[in-house]
Design a protein around this ligand. Structure first.
Ligand code: FEO
Length: 386
Protein backbone atom coordinates (compact mmCIF):
# COMPACT_ATOMS: atom_id res chain seq x y z
CA UNK A 1 0.00 0.00 0.00
CA UNK A 2 1.40 3.38 -0.90
CA UNK A 3 0.18 6.97 -0.88
CA UNK A 4 -0.39 8.77 -4.15
CA UNK A 5 -1.77 11.99 -2.71
CA UNK A 6 -2.78 12.84 0.85
CA UNK A 7 -6.15 11.09 0.40
CA UNK A 8 -5.47 8.54 -2.33
CA UNK A 9 -3.70 5.22 -1.76
CA UNK A 10 -2.74 2.31 -4.00
CA UNK A 11 -4.34 -0.89 -2.71
CA UNK A 12 -3.58 -3.14 -5.67
CA UNK A 13 -1.62 -6.38 -5.95
CA UNK A 14 1.35 -7.77 -7.86
CA UNK A 15 1.08 -11.08 -9.69
CA UNK A 16 4.27 -13.12 -10.20
CA UNK A 17 2.53 -16.43 -10.91
CA UNK A 18 0.77 -15.56 -14.15
CA UNK A 19 1.92 -17.49 -17.25
CA UNK A 20 -0.03 -15.56 -19.90
CA UNK A 21 -1.81 -12.24 -19.40
CA UNK A 22 -5.24 -12.27 -21.05
CA UNK A 23 -4.44 -15.82 -22.12
CA UNK A 24 -1.76 -14.83 -24.64
CA UNK A 25 0.88 -12.30 -23.52
CA UNK A 26 3.99 -13.48 -21.70
CA UNK A 27 4.76 -11.35 -18.66
CA UNK A 28 8.30 -12.22 -17.52
CA UNK A 29 8.21 -9.41 -14.98
CA UNK A 30 4.73 -10.31 -13.72
CA UNK A 31 1.69 -8.06 -13.74
CA UNK A 32 0.13 -5.47 -11.47
CA UNK A 33 -3.61 -5.16 -10.95
CA UNK A 34 -4.02 -1.68 -9.58
CA UNK A 35 -6.81 -0.62 -7.29
CA UNK A 36 -7.01 2.68 -5.44
CA UNK A 37 -8.89 4.09 -2.49
CA UNK A 38 -9.97 7.72 -2.08
CA UNK A 39 -10.47 8.65 1.58
CA UNK A 40 -12.80 11.59 2.17
CA UNK A 41 -16.09 12.13 4.05
CA UNK A 42 -17.23 9.28 1.82
CA UNK A 43 -14.81 6.61 0.67
CA UNK A 44 -14.53 5.30 -2.88
CA UNK A 45 -12.58 2.26 -4.03
CA UNK A 46 -11.49 2.21 -7.66
CA UNK A 47 -11.89 -1.26 -9.21
CA UNK A 48 -11.04 -4.68 -7.78
CA UNK A 49 -8.30 -7.11 -8.83
CA UNK A 50 -7.76 -10.50 -10.47
CA UNK A 51 -9.59 -13.49 -8.97
CA UNK A 52 -6.45 -15.02 -7.44
CA UNK A 53 -5.83 -11.99 -5.22
CA UNK A 54 -9.18 -11.30 -3.55
CA UNK A 55 -7.94 -12.01 -0.05
CA UNK A 56 -4.81 -9.87 -0.39
CA UNK A 57 -6.84 -7.01 -1.89
CA UNK A 58 -9.46 -7.06 0.87
CA UNK A 59 -6.64 -7.06 3.43
CA UNK A 60 -5.05 -4.04 1.68
CA UNK A 61 -8.41 -2.29 1.81
CA UNK A 62 -8.84 -3.04 5.52
CA UNK A 63 -5.42 -1.57 6.25
CA UNK A 64 -6.15 1.59 4.25
CA UNK A 65 -9.61 1.97 5.76
CA UNK A 66 -8.28 2.06 9.35
CA UNK A 67 -11.59 0.88 10.74
CA UNK A 68 -13.83 2.92 8.41
CA UNK A 69 -16.18 1.44 5.80
CA UNK A 70 -16.15 2.20 2.06
CA UNK A 71 -19.21 3.85 0.51
CA UNK A 72 -18.59 3.09 -3.15
CA UNK A 73 -16.87 0.59 -5.41
CA UNK A 74 -16.30 2.30 -8.74
CA UNK A 75 -16.04 -0.27 -11.54
CA UNK A 76 -14.35 1.36 -14.51
CA UNK A 77 -13.78 -1.82 -16.48
CA UNK A 78 -15.45 -5.22 -16.37
CA UNK A 79 -12.63 -7.37 -17.70
CA UNK A 80 -12.11 -10.01 -15.01
CA UNK A 81 -8.54 -8.93 -14.19
CA UNK A 82 -10.29 -5.98 -12.49
CA UNK A 83 -13.84 -7.11 -11.80
CA UNK A 84 -13.37 -10.60 -10.34
CA UNK A 85 -13.73 -9.48 -6.73
CA UNK A 86 -16.81 -7.25 -7.00
CA UNK A 87 -18.96 -9.85 -5.22
CA UNK A 88 -16.36 -10.35 -2.47
CA UNK A 89 -16.35 -6.58 -1.89
CA UNK A 90 -20.14 -6.26 -1.92
CA UNK A 91 -20.41 -9.15 0.56
CA UNK A 92 -17.71 -7.70 2.82
CA UNK A 93 -19.29 -4.23 2.81
CA UNK A 94 -23.09 -4.64 2.62
CA UNK A 95 -23.68 -0.87 2.98
CA UNK A 96 -21.52 -0.01 -0.04
CA UNK A 97 -22.89 0.79 -3.48
CA UNK A 98 -21.38 -0.06 -6.83
CA UNK A 99 -20.87 2.69 -9.42
CA UNK A 100 -20.46 1.80 -13.11
CA UNK A 101 -21.75 2.43 -16.62
CA UNK A 102 -25.01 0.85 -17.83
CA UNK A 103 -23.05 -1.53 -20.09
CA UNK A 104 -20.88 -2.55 -17.15
CA UNK A 105 -23.96 -3.58 -15.14
CA UNK A 106 -25.13 -5.79 -18.01
CA UNK A 107 -21.70 -7.43 -18.09
CA UNK A 108 -21.70 -7.75 -14.30
CA UNK A 109 -24.87 -9.82 -14.45
CA UNK A 110 -23.52 -11.92 -17.30
CA UNK A 111 -20.17 -12.56 -15.62
CA UNK A 112 -21.15 -12.86 -11.97
CA UNK A 113 -24.93 -13.34 -11.83
CA UNK A 114 -25.89 -10.01 -10.24
CA UNK A 115 -26.08 -6.39 -11.31
CA UNK A 116 -26.89 -5.17 -7.77
CA UNK A 117 -30.17 -3.56 -8.83
CA UNK A 118 -30.82 -2.17 -5.34
CA UNK A 119 -27.24 -1.09 -4.61
CA UNK A 120 -26.07 0.50 -7.79
CA UNK A 121 -25.44 3.93 -9.26
CA UNK A 122 -25.29 4.09 -13.05
CA UNK A 123 -23.08 6.82 -14.46
CA UNK A 124 -22.28 8.16 -17.91
CA UNK A 125 -20.34 10.93 -19.59
CA UNK A 126 -20.07 14.05 -17.44
CA UNK A 127 -21.77 12.59 -14.37
CA UNK A 128 -20.13 13.27 -11.05
CA UNK A 129 -19.96 11.80 -7.57
CA UNK A 130 -19.16 13.89 -4.50
CA UNK A 131 -17.13 12.29 -1.76
CA UNK A 132 -16.65 15.56 0.18
CA UNK A 133 -13.69 17.64 -0.92
CA UNK A 134 -13.10 15.17 -3.76
CA UNK A 135 -15.53 15.41 -6.65
CA UNK A 136 -15.22 12.60 -9.18
CA UNK A 137 -16.18 13.22 -12.80
CA UNK A 138 -16.78 10.31 -15.14
CA UNK A 139 -15.56 10.14 -18.70
CA UNK A 140 -16.76 7.40 -21.01
CA UNK A 141 -13.93 5.61 -22.83
CA UNK A 142 -15.61 3.02 -25.09
CA UNK A 143 -13.23 0.41 -26.54
CA UNK A 144 -10.34 1.51 -24.38
CA UNK A 145 -10.37 -1.39 -23.91
CA UNK A 146 -13.99 -2.66 -23.81
CA UNK A 147 -17.25 -0.80 -24.58
CA UNK A 148 -18.33 -0.30 -20.96
CA UNK A 149 -15.16 1.48 -19.82
CA UNK A 150 -15.27 4.73 -17.90
CA UNK A 151 -12.37 6.80 -16.67
CA UNK A 152 -12.61 8.95 -13.57
CA UNK A 153 -11.16 12.39 -12.88
CA UNK A 154 -10.69 13.60 -9.33
CA UNK A 155 -11.05 17.40 -9.53
CA UNK A 156 -9.49 17.96 -6.08
CA UNK A 157 -6.15 16.22 -6.60
CA UNK A 158 -6.19 16.43 -10.43
CA UNK A 159 -5.85 12.68 -10.72
CA UNK A 160 -7.03 10.81 -13.81
CA UNK A 161 -7.93 7.18 -13.15
CA UNK A 162 -7.35 5.99 -16.71
CA UNK A 163 -8.60 2.36 -16.65
CA UNK A 164 -6.41 0.22 -18.97
CA UNK A 165 -4.97 3.25 -20.79
CA UNK A 166 -1.36 4.10 -19.88
CA UNK A 167 -0.94 0.61 -18.45
CA UNK A 168 2.00 -1.69 -19.02
CA UNK A 169 3.11 -5.25 -18.42
CA UNK A 170 5.19 -5.90 -15.31
CA UNK A 171 4.57 -6.04 -11.59
CA UNK A 172 5.28 -2.89 -9.61
CA UNK A 173 7.87 -4.62 -7.43
CA UNK A 174 9.82 -5.93 -10.46
CA UNK A 175 12.86 -4.33 -12.06
CA UNK A 176 12.03 -2.06 -15.00
CA UNK A 177 15.43 -1.63 -16.60
CA UNK A 178 14.08 -0.95 -20.08
CA UNK A 179 11.90 1.96 -19.06
CA UNK A 180 8.17 2.48 -19.25
CA UNK A 181 7.72 2.66 -23.03
CA UNK A 182 9.07 -0.81 -23.84
CA UNK A 183 6.39 -2.86 -22.10
CA UNK A 184 3.75 -0.12 -22.39
CA UNK A 185 4.11 -0.24 -26.18
CA UNK A 186 3.84 -4.06 -26.33
CA UNK A 187 0.77 -3.79 -24.05
CA UNK A 188 -0.80 -0.95 -26.08
CA UNK A 189 -0.44 -2.55 -29.54
CA UNK A 190 -1.35 -5.99 -28.24
CA UNK A 191 -4.42 -4.94 -26.34
CA UNK A 192 -5.88 -1.68 -27.68
CA UNK A 193 -3.93 -1.24 -30.93
CA UNK A 194 -7.03 -1.76 -33.05
CA UNK A 195 -8.89 1.08 -31.36
CA UNK A 196 -6.67 4.06 -32.20
CA UNK A 197 -9.65 6.28 -33.08
CA UNK A 198 -11.31 5.59 -29.73
CA UNK A 199 -8.06 6.26 -27.88
CA UNK A 200 -7.75 9.57 -29.74
CA UNK A 201 -11.29 10.51 -28.73
CA UNK A 202 -10.41 9.95 -25.06
CA UNK A 203 -7.12 11.84 -25.41
CA UNK A 204 -9.11 14.82 -26.69
CA UNK A 205 -11.30 14.72 -23.59
CA UNK A 206 -8.20 14.36 -21.40
CA UNK A 207 -6.63 17.43 -23.05
CA UNK A 208 -9.39 19.55 -21.50
CA UNK A 209 -8.42 18.39 -17.98
CA UNK A 210 -5.67 19.67 -15.73
CA UNK A 211 -3.95 16.35 -14.94
CA UNK A 212 -1.22 16.04 -12.32
CA UNK A 213 -1.28 12.26 -11.87
CA UNK A 214 -2.41 9.32 -14.01
CA UNK A 215 -3.50 6.19 -12.15
CA UNK A 216 -3.86 3.29 -14.61
CA UNK A 217 -5.14 -0.19 -13.84
CA UNK A 218 -1.75 -1.73 -14.69
CA UNK A 219 1.78 -0.46 -14.33
CA UNK A 220 3.14 2.46 -12.36
CA UNK A 221 1.31 5.61 -11.29
CA UNK A 222 2.53 8.40 -13.58
CA UNK A 223 3.15 11.74 -11.95
CA UNK A 224 6.10 13.37 -13.70
CA UNK A 225 6.65 14.50 -17.26
CA UNK A 226 3.11 13.51 -18.25
CA UNK A 227 3.65 15.06 -21.68
CA UNK A 228 6.02 12.20 -22.51
CA UNK A 229 3.34 9.55 -21.93
CA UNK A 230 0.57 11.57 -23.54
CA UNK A 231 2.72 12.22 -26.64
CA UNK A 232 3.51 8.52 -27.02
CA UNK A 233 -0.19 7.70 -26.76
CA UNK A 234 -0.93 10.34 -29.40
CA UNK A 235 1.65 8.79 -31.76
CA UNK A 236 0.54 5.22 -31.10
CA UNK A 237 -3.17 5.93 -31.45
CA UNK A 238 -2.57 7.86 -34.69
CA UNK A 239 -0.50 4.91 -36.05
CA UNK A 240 2.35 7.40 -36.41
CA UNK A 241 6.03 6.54 -36.73
CA UNK A 242 7.67 6.62 -33.31
CA UNK A 243 11.23 5.75 -34.39
CA UNK A 244 12.96 6.01 -37.75
CA UNK A 245 14.25 2.68 -39.02
CA UNK A 246 13.36 -0.65 -40.57
CA UNK A 247 11.99 -3.76 -38.93
CA UNK A 248 12.55 -7.06 -40.74
CA UNK A 249 10.23 -9.89 -39.76
CA UNK A 250 10.94 -13.30 -41.23
CA UNK A 251 10.54 -17.03 -41.12
CA UNK A 252 13.11 -19.45 -42.47
CA UNK A 253 12.99 -23.25 -42.71
CA UNK A 254 16.54 -24.21 -43.75
CA UNK A 255 18.35 -20.91 -43.26
CA UNK A 256 18.20 -19.61 -46.84
CA UNK A 257 15.56 -16.92 -46.23
CA UNK A 258 17.42 -16.03 -43.05
CA UNK A 259 20.62 -15.59 -45.07
CA UNK A 260 18.82 -13.07 -47.29
CA UNK A 261 17.55 -11.26 -44.18
CA UNK A 262 21.04 -11.05 -42.67
CA UNK A 263 22.37 -9.70 -45.95
CA UNK A 264 19.64 -7.08 -46.09
CA UNK A 265 20.32 -6.11 -42.48
CA UNK A 266 24.02 -5.67 -43.31
CA UNK A 267 23.26 -3.60 -46.43
CA UNK A 268 20.79 -1.36 -44.58
CA UNK A 269 23.37 -0.69 -41.88
CA UNK A 270 26.08 0.03 -44.49
CA UNK A 271 23.75 2.55 -46.08
CA UNK A 272 23.24 4.35 -42.77
CA UNK A 273 19.73 3.19 -41.86
CA UNK A 274 19.20 4.63 -38.35
CA UNK A 275 17.95 1.34 -36.86
CA UNK A 276 17.38 -2.19 -38.12
CA UNK A 277 15.31 -4.48 -35.88
CA UNK A 278 15.14 -8.15 -36.88
CA UNK A 279 12.56 -10.66 -35.64
CA UNK A 280 12.48 -14.40 -36.39
CA UNK A 281 8.73 -14.91 -36.13
CA UNK A 282 9.03 -18.61 -35.27
CA UNK A 283 11.20 -17.89 -32.24
CA UNK A 284 10.56 -14.36 -30.98
CA UNK A 285 7.70 -13.20 -28.79
CA UNK A 286 5.26 -12.26 -31.56
CA UNK A 287 3.73 -9.28 -29.70
CA UNK A 288 7.29 -7.81 -29.63
CA UNK A 289 7.40 -8.08 -33.42
CA UNK A 290 3.93 -6.51 -33.65
CA UNK A 291 4.98 -3.53 -31.52
CA UNK A 292 8.14 -3.13 -33.66
CA UNK A 293 6.03 -3.04 -36.82
CA UNK A 294 3.96 -0.17 -35.39
CA UNK A 295 7.00 1.56 -33.93
CA UNK A 296 9.17 1.91 -37.06
CA UNK A 297 8.33 3.55 -40.38
CA UNK A 298 9.37 0.69 -42.67
CA UNK A 299 8.76 -3.04 -42.63
CA UNK A 300 10.31 -5.92 -44.57
CA UNK A 301 8.55 -9.28 -44.59
CA UNK A 302 10.50 -12.37 -45.66
CA UNK A 303 9.01 -15.84 -45.81
CA UNK A 304 8.74 -19.11 -47.66
CA UNK A 305 5.94 -20.40 -49.80
CA UNK A 306 4.15 -23.12 -47.86
CA UNK A 307 1.15 -25.22 -48.95
CA UNK A 308 0.69 -22.72 -51.81
CA UNK A 309 0.38 -20.06 -49.10
CA UNK A 310 2.91 -18.62 -46.69
CA UNK A 311 4.64 -20.03 -43.64
CA UNK A 312 2.16 -20.18 -40.72
CA UNK A 313 4.04 -17.81 -38.37
CA UNK A 314 4.12 -15.14 -41.09
CA UNK A 315 0.43 -15.61 -41.78
CA UNK A 316 -0.32 -15.18 -38.10
CA UNK A 317 1.90 -12.09 -37.91
CA UNK A 318 0.24 -10.39 -40.88
CA UNK A 319 -3.16 -11.23 -39.38
CA UNK A 320 -2.10 -9.40 -36.20
CA UNK A 321 -1.17 -6.33 -38.25
CA UNK A 322 -4.36 -6.38 -40.31
CA UNK A 323 -6.58 -6.86 -37.24
CA UNK A 324 -4.98 -3.81 -35.62
CA UNK A 325 -5.41 -1.54 -38.64
CA UNK A 326 -1.72 -1.36 -39.61
CA UNK A 327 -1.28 1.64 -41.90
CA UNK A 328 0.93 4.43 -43.20
CA UNK A 329 4.04 2.31 -43.75
CA UNK A 330 6.39 1.29 -46.56
CA UNK A 331 6.70 -2.48 -46.96
CA UNK A 332 9.36 -4.55 -48.73
CA UNK A 333 8.90 -8.23 -49.56
CA UNK A 334 11.25 -11.20 -49.80
CA UNK A 335 9.82 -14.54 -50.90
CA UNK A 336 11.32 -17.98 -51.15
CA UNK A 337 9.94 -20.99 -53.00
CA UNK A 338 11.61 -24.04 -54.50
CA UNK A 339 9.09 -24.87 -57.23
CA UNK A 340 6.18 -22.39 -57.28
CA UNK A 341 6.96 -19.28 -55.21
CA UNK A 342 3.77 -17.44 -54.32
CA UNK A 343 4.65 -15.92 -50.93
CA UNK A 344 5.04 -12.32 -52.13
CA UNK A 345 1.70 -12.43 -53.93
CA UNK A 346 -0.03 -13.92 -50.88
CA UNK A 347 1.52 -11.36 -48.50
CA UNK A 348 0.62 -8.46 -50.79
CA UNK A 349 -2.93 -9.76 -51.06
CA UNK A 350 -3.26 -9.86 -47.27
CA UNK A 351 -1.91 -6.31 -46.88
CA UNK A 352 -3.50 -4.60 -49.88
CA UNK A 353 -6.67 -3.42 -48.16
CA UNK A 354 -4.76 -1.47 -45.50
CA UNK A 355 -4.64 2.32 -45.56
CA UNK A 356 -1.65 4.31 -46.86
CA UNK A 357 0.58 1.32 -47.50
CA UNK A 358 3.24 1.56 -50.20
CA UNK A 359 5.30 -1.36 -51.44
CA UNK A 360 8.96 -1.22 -52.42
CA UNK A 361 9.47 -1.61 -56.18
CA UNK A 362 11.97 -4.41 -55.63
CA UNK A 363 10.69 -7.78 -54.50
CA UNK A 364 13.35 -10.37 -53.76
CA UNK A 365 12.46 -13.79 -55.20
CA UNK A 366 14.63 -16.61 -53.91
CA UNK A 367 14.37 -19.97 -55.64
CA UNK A 368 15.62 -22.16 -52.74
CA UNK A 369 19.01 -20.53 -51.98
CA UNK A 370 20.25 -16.94 -52.28
CA UNK A 371 21.65 -16.46 -55.79
CA UNK A 372 23.87 -13.74 -57.22
CA UNK A 373 20.79 -12.18 -58.77
CA UNK A 374 19.16 -12.21 -55.31
CA UNK A 375 22.16 -10.39 -53.88
CA UNK A 376 21.65 -7.62 -56.42
CA UNK A 377 17.93 -7.50 -55.58
CA UNK A 378 18.75 -7.24 -51.88
CA UNK A 379 21.13 -4.35 -52.62
CA UNK A 380 18.31 -2.59 -54.48
CA UNK A 381 15.78 -3.29 -51.74
CA UNK A 382 18.19 -1.88 -49.14
CA UNK A 383 18.61 1.25 -51.25
CA UNK A 384 14.81 1.70 -51.34
CA UNK A 385 14.22 0.97 -47.65
CA UNK A 386 17.26 2.57 -45.94
FE1 FEO B 1 -6.76 -4.81 -17.66
FE2 FEO B 1 -8.90 -4.75 -20.27
O1 FEO B 1 -8.25 -5.32 -18.64
Amino acid sequence: MSSITKDIRWVGVNDHDLDLFEGQYIVPEGMAYNSYIILDEKIAVMDSVDRHFGKEWLENLETALEGRKPDYLIVQHMEPDHSANIAAFMDAYPEARVVASAKAFTMMKNFYGSDYADRRITVGEGDSLELGKHVLKFITAPMVHWPEVIMTYDCADKVLFSADAFGKFGALDAEDEEGWACEARRYYFGIVGKYGMQVQAVLKKAAALDIAVICPLHGPVLSEDLGYYLDLYKTWSAYGVESEGVVICYTSVYGNTEKAVKLLEEKLKEKGCPKVAVNDLARCDMPEAVEDAFRYGKLVLATTTYNAEIFPFMKQFIDHLVERGFRGRKIGLIENGSWAPTAAKVMKGMLEGLKEITFAETTVRILSAVSEENQEQIEKLAEEMK
